[in-house]
Design a protein around this ligand. Structure first.
Ligand SMILES: [Zn+2]
Ligand SMILES: [Zn+2]
Length: 376
């Protein structure tokens, strides 16, 4: 029997259209899973990778199968892979999400117990695709879950496209919000950014019932989603084009000299300086949006004199995936997760999906490999 082949959308050259390439579908080695991608979604990082804007934080060994938000349906289990990382049984046909692979034996993994910060981490979507198993990114018909990658079965209460969006954007901000410390009814929280990270942050924070929940961003359709997901106020950067105008508008809402908590999830140049300038004394600031770009000036004296607490929060490990999936399922009636999701694209349309997200026409496009047209 000839080996089965399938296609993946491959990034061969930065800023150029992705190419549909055919690879042999791998067999599962012991501990591994072979999955059929059920849904994938575009992450803002994919746009940065496409444009080669993530250096020097990451090496990008082209060609890559782009994408790292996905849900797969198991088609083959390697020996010993019949349980997920939580001990749930896995069978052919079950849906799973899986995490980047930490080394498991460095100081950060073992002593700090922060595998998401492992310096030797292997990232889905950032692995060279020339060598088998080839299917090492999300925008493909198949996916390969390496033996060292933690994985979780997805509950049937969670639709695949929600779980896909949850597998990067939501699992990241689960940690962002937690890093702000216990947010409660006394807090006035500002979320800088109304993209997927900002909107998921708004949903999480709204379940903590803060005094104010203010989302800053654009365009207006995103701010409407923020309101639907619990923002008490929104500040349009089109309506308030300067940092000073936004700071004044926010201070007028919160009183007490500004917000007590700010989350930077926009990645916009200047956002950190703006966040530092707006926080009240003893304010907490968590940075998750800025992953690349050059150094940014901030007023350090403000950090000192106001006793601000600045924390970075990056990505998530399998515990964050678990919390993200639980959150999506528990609040499926309170938040319409579909409001974030855009059009459905086949793999031959990945470039179109990236452009649509990049131009802010859609918040999060969905890739459905079943819609793929070969030789399109
Ligand atoms: Zn991502
Ligand atoms: Zn490690």
């Amino acid at each position: 029997m000839a080996p089965l082949t399938a296609v993946a959308a491959v990034l061969e050259r930065f800023n150029e259209p992705l190419t549909l390439m055919e690879f042999e579908v791998p067999r599962a080695e012991p501990g591994a899973l072979v999955v059929k991608i059920d849904a994938a979604t575009v992450c803002g990082s994919d746009l940065h990778i496409w444009a080669n804007h993530l250096g020097p934080t990451y090496t990008l060994p082209l060609p890559l199968v782009l994408g790292h938000e996905m849900v797969g349906e198991i088609v083959e289990l390697g020996s010993g892979a019949d349980l997920d990382s939580l001990g749930n049984s896995l069978r052919v046909g079950d849906r799973v999400v899986w995490a980047n692979e930490a080394c498991g034996h460095c100081y950060v993994c073992t002593i700090e117990r922060e595998p998401r910060l492992c310096p030797a981490r292997k990232f889905v979507g950032l692995t060279n695709a020339e060598r088998p198993p080839h299917f090492v990114g999300a925008f493909a018909e198949y996916g390969y879950v390496f033996p060292g990658q933690q994985r979780l079965r997805v509950d049937e209460a969670v639709l695949s496209e929600w779980a896909s969006a949850g597998s990067c954007a939501l699992r990241t901000v689960i940690n962002t919000v937690a890093a702000a410390g216990g947010i409660d009814f006394l807090d006035s929280v500002v979320i800088q950014g109304a993209g997927p990270l900002g909107l998921f942050s708004a949903a999480i924070v709204s379940t903590l019932n803060p005094k104010h929940l203010i989302v800053v961003g654009a365009p207006d359709d995103r701010l409407r989603v923020a309101e639907a997901w619990g923002a008490t106020h929104t500040i349009s950067i089109a309506e308030y084009p300067t940092a000073e105008a936004r700071r004044d508008a926010i201070a007028a809402i919160t009183g007490r000299g500004g917000p007590s908590v700010a989350l930077e999830v926009s990645g916009a140049p200047g956002a950190v300086a703006e966040g530092v300038a707006m926080l009240r004394a003893n304010g907490r600031y968590v940075l998750s949006g800025t992953l690349g770009g050059g150094p940014q000036p901030i007023d350090m004296s403000r950090v000192t004199t106001r006793g601000l607490h600045l924390t970075g929060s990056m990505s998530g490990d399998i515990d964050s995936y678990f919390k993200a999936m639980e959150f999506l399922g528990k609040f499926r009636d309170r938040f319409d997760w579909g409001l974030m999701l855009g059009n459905r694209y086949g793999l031959h349309q990945v470039t179109e999906a990236l452009e649509s997200m990049g131009s802010m026409r859609e918040i999060k496009p969905v890739l459905d490999p079943r819609l793929t047209v070969r030789n399109a």
